[in-house]
Design a protein around this ligand. Structure first.
Ligand SMILES: [Zn+2]
Length: 416
């Protein structure tokens, strides 16, 4: 008889992984460290038990375990076993270990020969915790990695990324060869802990992710005139802080009008920055995110118009500079439907939501592979912290739903 899916085994394995790669402060599987390498070795030892499996690392250090099928068209299931320092016990490794459990079930059911090829990928350095650049392995694979920028990255001890990855057998100049792995990719699935409170507030275990937010990130500088705080009457001031401060409540209105967007003023610095002077220069940063490109553009133009209005009211100047931006990345509509159906079959109500953070899945989608993600509820809505947690019954439902989704995706690939 075929081995059935065993979601309880995934939970036991998550705890086992935590026991030798974490400490009292949380998970310590930072990519390209010895603890990360130990976690990878452990993963490999488990997967090697599957008859017929082929395992290798690609040119960017991504780990691939392949069950060759009747068709070379491949279903990919992905995750990342790396963590931030003092990370949670689920972010990234839940995806990888749930994927391993699904591979076991498929291997056993089809006696080592599934109808389509099924592959588990453990991406290298999703978190970017050490070198400050996330999605290293998946962006190399998608071809979107910025080689010049990445080549110059160093960690806090001055060690270059290029040298650190060499110790793990990776030649930086060849990382884009990883793209070969996507040659026959027909669909990509990823389960992930939500990292926010949406499913918690709705009291739902699982959600279907529509895509990742587009981001507009800008610095806005207001420029007025420094003046003595005692001798300058209120009606004679050109107060840069006053104009900037009006933006604070305005962005809440802009976000509200956009329906589902979010806006954040994350920093504010003033010059001269002393208690006895009106502010001459005030620089704030604005981060705006939306799943819809048009709505994101509208949020940005509304913020620009507001800043000009407030500058005029206060007789100050305003200047904008873009820090970074990325377009929204939408997942595949047919796989989104299949994900809803898989969630329903576990008895849970499906719910669709966008992802605020970027994920490896976004890189795979950018490479043109039909992609969908499934979120499982996060108990405190908090991640990148040792208090990150999910109810065990929800983890079990998540493994079951991912398994059902994998089945549906295999039939979908086969029928195309
Ligand atoms: Zn993650």
């Amino acid at each position: 008889m075929a081995d059935a899916l065993n979601p309880k085994r995934t939970i036991a394995e998550l705890k086992e992984l935590r026991s030798f790669t974490g400490d009292e402060n949380g998970a310590q599987r930072v990519a390209f460290t010895s603890t990360w390498a130990k976690a990878r070795k452990w993963l490999r030892s488990k997967l090697e038990l599957l008859p017929g499996i082929e395992i290798h690392n690609d040119a960017a250090g991504n780990f691939w375990a392949t069950l060759p099928g009747e068709s070379s068209k491949a279903l990919l299931i992905g995750g990342h076993i790396d963590s931030v320092p003092n990370g949670g016990w689920l972010d990234g490794c839940l995806n990888t270990l749930a994927g391993m459990e699904v591979l076991r079930r498929i291997d056993s059911q089809y006696r080592n020969k599934p109808p389509v090829t099924v592959r588990l990928v453990d991406w290298a350095d999703e978190e970017g915790a050490r070198f400050g650049k996330s999605l290293f392995g998946s962006s190399a694979c998608s071809g979107k990695i910025d080689m010049n920028e990445t080549r110059g990255l160093k960690d806090k001890d001055g060690i270059r990324l290029v040298d650190a990855i060499k110790e793990h057998g990776i030649d930086f100049e060849r990382v884009k060869d990883s793209a070969n792995e996507l040659k026959n990719a027909a669909a990509y699935l990823e389960l992930h802990i939500e990292q926010g409170p949406v499913l918690l507030d709705l009291d739902l275990p699982l959600g279907t992710v529509l895509g990742t937010f587009g981001v507009e990130r800008h610095a806005i500088t207001f420029h007025g005139q420094a003046a003595h705080s005692g001798s300058t009457p209120m009606n004679r001031r050109r107060d840069a802080f006053l104009a900037a401060a009006k933006m604070s409540s305005e962005i809440y209105q802009i976000a509200k009008r956009s329906q589902e967007g979010v806006c954040t003023i994350g920093s504010c610095t003033t010059k001269p920055g002393i208690v006895t002077s009106v502010v001459e220069e005030c620089r704030i940063t604005l981060d705006q995110r939306h799943l819809d490109a048009k709505a994101l553009a509208k949020m940005l133009s509304e913020a620009k118009a507001a800043s000009e209005k407030f500058a005029k009211e206060g007789d100050v100047d305003v200047k904008w500079e873009r820090i970074w931006n990325i377009e929204p990345i939408l997942f595949d509509s047919e796989l989104i439907n299949l994900c809803d159906a898989a969630i329903s079959e576990t008895g849970a109500n499906p719910h669709r939501l966008p992802s605020g953070p970027l994920h490896d899945a976004a890189e795979v989608a950018r490479a043109g592979v039909p992609t969908v993600m499934m979120f499982v509820q996060s108990l405190h809505g908090i991640s990148h912290n040792k208090i990150e947690d999910t109810k065990e019954e929800h983890l079990e439902t998540a493994v079951t739903a991912l398994d059902k989704l994998a089945d549906k995706a295999m039939s979908w690939i086969d029928s195309r």
